[in-house]
Design a protein around this ligand. Structure first.
Ligand SMILES: [Zn+2]
Length: 715
């Protein structure tokens, strides 16, 4: 990239970031996820680092926050309210450590204090003679808004501080707890001066000037955060929706909107919460950790999850732990704040730009990020469905590197208006396949290429159709190599024929070597065939052949599922097996007959009927027979009706039975084995380390039973 190109890119980024910032910060109505803004800011920051000449005074990297709206009285902060620089990964964090150590080699000797970075609103509170005098928002860091009346409605903010006596009593207990938790015996022998100074109760009583003999300081300045719980956020948004009004994008904006209500009654109706995290007044505190203890002793709510970390590894561990467990919290967090614990050191390190050198926000990987879309390819699924897939410049989201994202179908490509070469917003929630959320058309250069959905199957060049009412295009060629390959993956998978040891990798090898053309060829394989393949040795070849041959006998339901009929999952396969008993009878059934089975709808019945009528399918079934695959007939009636009308969900690992077999037991006894929980679910059977279904069951009030209790029910 030349300097000129960098300057052009930077200017486009600035315009876009500023637009987003204006909507989010000044108008309180964001038009995009904040992580997207962060992602663009990071790109701009890196670009400006690389080309320092292109930095302009109006760059978003040179600013802390916007000017306050003219709604409230302005309030000049006694000291500037700084913001923190962000770090996004371990490398960034280590760079920060290197920088501060270059300024003072002992910078991190007394460790770090780590806090959760809550998605809330920063505030400053000034107490005069123990009573709340002023509460203000940050504003631009120098001047905020006086929102005292509104902050007074927040119960977590004390209107009156603890008395000197109460304070000292609290500090005495906390001081002791602190020194105990830090293993004083150990630290004493190593650094006696430091460990003594870390006991605030002790140091307070030793310094008469600060000993508060005449009471607490006249003026006490505290900073903290106001925020909303996730629950309150959802409740408020539900109300907004009901009233036909716009919903809030995130809890921070709702908290900000609530604090900026001109009528304090409205603020009070929203259950805001608050944590204090910084004490500006001198109480003799020497570490940031002590500040928190003092704040708590004064009567402020402090976050109990904050933690002292001795080493940078512990800092990383703290952040990684909370990235994984953030769902457990009742409020949203988007990272952690890492603070050099030694206050004198913090002061010495000073300020860089608009942020203290001694503090960084160690953010979580965003759930959405921007990246470049390099190409669009079309993959062909087992049933012939064509799925356009975005090939991306690799980007980290939620701790995973993403290089592909689904574009779902042609309609979605049109809706997004995406072109090859675009900068896109890619998102990923939980274990769901990542997809493209938005195209940042403002960043186009004019070199982007239009994508044309293929008119033929990319794998076999066969015709593709788009059935009425469906968004997807399908390859209708039964012999399409891509479809066949996907079908083979399905055939050997756990839920289908369950041929362990034979997965997609081995299937690929076998197909590429021309050893199998369809799944029935698997049964013809000989040990010698495999020996010529890479990664196969005598023993492994024998095992693979053994696995294939030992799964030649199969229950009817498994076999039906393994056929890969569109819309036929394991539940439907079980229904079919129960109803018809043999594969011949299923194959001969009329659509009406199929449709008459409970739980099988029109579309599925039609698909099943059509599938068995196809010459391809008839030939395939014939081949299975020839290969010696034996499908066990299933007696029409179930073993019992003990569980009739009851539904079960299994979570966690079971001791004496596999989950598949347990689910089979449920079905054999006339019950339903479900995969997702609802209020109507009869029982959740919880094994070891149950998953989210367990928590959900508790929430929904669904009865939870043990494996033993379940087995007694079917005995
Ligand atoms: Zn095809």
């Amino acid at each position: 990239m030349t300097t000129k190109e960098a300057a052009q890119r930077a200017e486009k980024l600035r315009v876009l970031i500023n637009k987003y910032r204006y909507h989010r910060l000044v108008l309180d109505a964001p038009i995009i996820e904040e992580s997207v803004e962060d992602s663009l800011k990071k790109e701009l920051f890196d670009l400006e680092q690389q080309f320092p000449k292109i930095v302009t005074p109006d760059s978003p990297t040179q600013r802390v926050a916007g000017k306050p709206l003219d709604k409230f009285e302005k309030f000049t902060h006694p000291g500037r309210m700084l913001s923190f620089n962000d770090v996004f990964n371990k490398d960034d964090l280590n760079d920060w450590i290197d920088r501060v150590k270059r300024l003072d080699s002992r910078a991190i000797d007394s460790g770090f204090f780590c806090e959760l970075k809550i998605d809330g609103l920063a505030i400053e509170l000034i107490y005069k003679n123990g009573s709340l005098a002023v509460g203000a928002t940050r504003g631009d860091g120098f001047i905020g808004e006086n929102v005292t009346q509104n902050l007074k409605t927040v119960e977590a903010i004390p209107l009156k501080l603890n008395s000197r006596e109460e304070f000292l009593k609290e500090m005495g207990e906390k001081g002791l707890a602190l020194s105990l938790s830090k293993e004083p015996a150990l630290s004493l022998s190593k650094e006696p001066a430091l460990s003594l100074s870390k006991e605030p109760a002790l140091s307070l009583s030793k310094e008469p000037a600060l000993s508060l003999s005449k009471g607490l300081p006249e003026e006490i300045i505290v900073r903290g955060e106001v925020f909303l719980s996730k629950k309150e956020f959802e409740r408020m948004n539900a109300e907004q929706k009901k009233a036909g009004e716009a919903t809030y994008k995130n809890p921070r904006n709702l908290a900000a909107g609530s604090i900026r209500q001109l009528d304090p009654k409205l603020t009070a109706s929203r259950k805001l919460d608050s944590y204090a995290y910084s004490l500006l007044t001198n109480f003799g505190q020497e570490t940031h950790e002590e500040e928190h203890l003092i704040l708590k002793a004064l009567g402020f709510k402090t976050n109990p999850n904050n933690k002292y970390c001795r080493t940078i590894d512990e800092v990383g561990g703290f952040r990684d732990y909370w990235e994984k467990h953030r769902e457990k919290l009742s409020y949203e967090i988007d990272g952690t704040v890492v603070i050099i614990n030694d206050n004198k050191m913090s002061k010495k390190l000073g300020i860089i730009g608009k942020a203290p050198r001694a503090i960084v926000a160690y953010k979580f990987s965003p759930r959405e990020s921007t990246t470049k879309l390099n190409d669009i390819i079309v993959s062909v699924g087992r049933t012939g469905t064509l799925t356009p897939v975005a090939v991306l410049e690799p980007v980290e989201i939620g701790g995973t590197t993403i290089s592909r994202a689904t574009l779902h179908n042609e309609d979605e490509i049109k809706r997004l208006g995406v072109k090859i070469g675009d900068t896109v917003v890619v998102g990923r929630a939980g274990d769901v396949i990542p997809d493209i959320k938005k195209v940042l058309k403002e960043l186009r250069t004019g070199k982007e290429k239009e994508f044309h959905f293929p008119k033929k199957c990319p794998a076999c060049e066969g015709a593709i159709v788009r059935e009425e009412g469906y968004a997807a295009h399908k390859c209708v060629n039964e012999n399409c190599p891509a479809r066949k390959r996907e079908y083979m993956y399905h055939f050997v998978s756990k839920g289908a024929m369950n041929i362990d040891g034979v997965g997609p990798k081995i299937i690929d090898q076998l197909v590429d070597a021309g050893l199998i053309r369809d799944v029935t060829d698997l049964y013809k394989l000989k040990k010698e065939d495999l020996m010529n393949l890479e990664r196969f040795a005598d023993k492994s070849a024998e095992n693979t052949i053994g696995a294939i041959q030992s799964h030649k006998t199969v229950t009817l339901d498994r076999f039906v599922f393994s056929l890969g009929i569109p819309h036929v999952g394991i539940e439907t396969a079980v229904d079919l097996a129960r109803q018809f008993g043999t594969i011949e009878k299923i194959a001969g059934a009329e659509a009406g007959e199929l449709n008459s089975i409970k739980d099988i709808g029109d579309v599925t019945a039609e698909e099943i009927y059509k599938w068995f009528k196809k010459p391809y399918s008839k030939k395939l079934l014939e081949k299975f027979k020839k290969a010696g695959v034996k499908v066990l007939a299933q007696s029409k009636s179930q073993k019992s009706q003990k569980l009739k009308g009851l539904s079960f969900i299994f979570t966690g690992s079971l001791d004496t039975i596999t989950r598949e077999d347990a689910e089979k037991l449920v079905r054999e006894n006339g019950g339903d084995a479900l995969s997702s929980i609802s209020k109507e679910t009869s029982y959740v059977v919880a094994g070891h380390e149950p998953g989210s279904k367990f928590d959900k069951a508790k929430k929904l009030g669904v009865k939870i039973i043990s494996e033993g209790e379940f087995l007694r029910m079917v005995k």
